[in-house]
Design a protein. Structure first.
Length: 81
């Protein structure tokens, strides 16, 4: 496979993952403080969707770099998507 080479895209992806990390800490705090299960589930769902978006951003970066053929991208999506 390939590595992220575009510094701008790499930085943006790292920043997105840091925001997700903060969301997950928030979920932990909700659980520790005894929050309602629906509130916890809502935040877990938002975190999961944010992580999915980060994954597809990564796939977009791979495609934009043009170093991987379509079959390899399709394989990655089938395996991890």
């Amino acid at each position: 496979m390939t590595h992220l080479t575009d510094g701008t895209r790499k930085k943006a992806l790292i920043m997105r993952l840091k925001r997700i990390e903060g969301q997950l800490r928030g979920v932990q705090n909700l659980i520790e403080s005894g929050a309602d299960c629906e509130a916890v589930a809502q935040q877990m769902s938002a975190s999961r969707k944010a992580l999915d978006k980060a994954f597809f951003t990564l796939v977009g970066c791979v495609i934009a770099q043009g170093e991987v053929d379509g079959d390899e991208v399709a394989t990655m999506l089938a395996k991890f998507g």
